[in-house]
Ligand binder design. Structure first.
Ligand SMILES: *Cc1c(COP(=O)(O)O)cnc(C)c1O
Length: 362
């Protein structure tokens, strides 16, 4: 018997999406690192991204890159979270290139690369206002670049990059990416050579690219969500890319109760399972279903999109997700399967949950 909940990964769709995104980027002189952390680093998915034209495969977690290195993947591996001191040995062993923002980290990487008799590549991060990682001024960035180029024997300065719209919700714009371009140009001038990578962000730079606003000097993006999870771009960024398939990851869950109940809880209202004061609309008595899936698997049930558009997700506790099926044309019964698209957070959580089976569709 099939086990539920199950997260189905359609490899053909993932490859097609990768090709569409890497082609659009290539037309703009941009190479793509395919980022696999959003789907738990599923190895088959990483291979599709590599086959689909990604120049590197990247993750924030060295464990996910190690799994690929152990399989002897040919594509260079990029660590996108600036490294911890405790993982330097593994970083140098299992990846080829990483993002860095601290001089001390560069020194540790250099020493470790020497120990492993390796050349290791670094992309220096410049904070353009999102206030996550990166040095904060152009002067610091230039100094760090000179230090890497001239003081470190086993680290190759591969380029510079920036990260946007992660912590500070700052959108990539012509203005902030022009600052990155100009900083890169200044470094190249001082070095007397070109940088291989000027990395202008992740999926959230795609909307600007589609509108033609990414400065020419930007030649690299790090994209996971925009390939694996394509409903986020139209939903949050008002950006439509033709041909992208929203069904690369589909979550299926089984109905464990069907009932007609009031929509407003009965009794004195306190807080829900997660200590929140929730709001409940009184919509009278409605038909609803419970599926065996919860925020323990998902993070947050509001990041589920039922494929049956007439179903509404009412909410979830750790192990139960409650659906309003009153308006649906389907006649759901106990034991039936309900299908969902997953937004980024739900894709991330379900792909990592031991309680959600994974099914790879070739
Ligand atoms: C996660 C991450 C990315 C990729 O983000 P997506 O939204 O999946 O495209 C790029 N760069 C860094 C530094 C990241 O941490």
């Amino acid at each position: 018997m099939e086990k539920y909940p199950v997260l189905e990964v359609d490899l053909k769709k993932l490859r097609k999406n990768t090709k569409i995104v890497t082609n659009i980027c290539a037309e703009n002189g941009i190479s793509v690192a395919g980022i696999i952390k959003g789907f738990g680093g599923i190895i088959e998915g990483a291979y599709e991204m590599a086959e689909g034209g990604c120049a590197q495969i990247g993750s924030s977690r060295i464990e996910q890159l190690k799994a690929l290195k152990d399989k002897n993947i040919k594509t260079p591996l990029l660590l996108v979270r600036i490294p911890m001191a405790c993982e330097i040995e593994e970083v140098v062993r299992y990846s080829d290139i990483c993002l860095v923002s601290e001089k001390e980290t560069l020194v540790m990487l250099d020493e470790e690369a020497r120990r492993q008799n390796k050349k290791y590549k670094a992309v220096l991060m410049y904070d353009l206002g999102d206030l996550r990682e990166g040095v904060f001024t152009r002067e610091e960035l230039v100094n760090l670049a000179m230090f890497t180029e001239y003081e470190l024997q086993n680290i190759e300065l591969e380029g510079v990059g920036s990260n946007l719209s992660c912590y500070g919700s700052v959108a990539p714009t012509i203005k902030n990416l022009t600052e990155l371009s100009e900083a890169a140009a200044q470094i190249e001038k001082q070095l007397g050579r070109k940088l291989n990578i000027v990395s202008g962000g992740g999926t959230t730079t795609l909307p600007l690219l589609m509108r033609g606003g990414v400065p020419e000097k930007i030649n690299h993006l790090r994209i996971g969500e925009g390939i694996a999870n394509t409903q986020d771009l139209p939903l949050y960024w008002d950006t439509y890319i033709e041909g992208l398939d929203a069904d690369t990851f589909v979550l299926k869950a089984q109905i464990i109760e069907i009932n007609e109940k009031p929509t407003h809880p009965i009794g004195e209202l306190m807080v829900n399972a997660f200590g929140e004061h929730a709001h409940y609309d009184d919509r009278g008595i409605r038909k609803r279903a419970i599926v065996a899936l919860g925020n323990q698997d998902l993070g947050d049930s509001s990041k589920l999109v039922p494929k049956d558009k007439l179903i509404k997700v009412l909410g979830a506790s750790s192990d139960h997700t409650i659906l309003d099926i009153h308006d649906s044309k389907e006649h759901y019964k106990l034991g039936d399967i309900v299908e969902f698209n997953v937004l980024y957070q739900a894709m991330l959580f379900t792909s990592l949950s031991d309680f959600v089976s994974k099914k790879i569709i070739n």
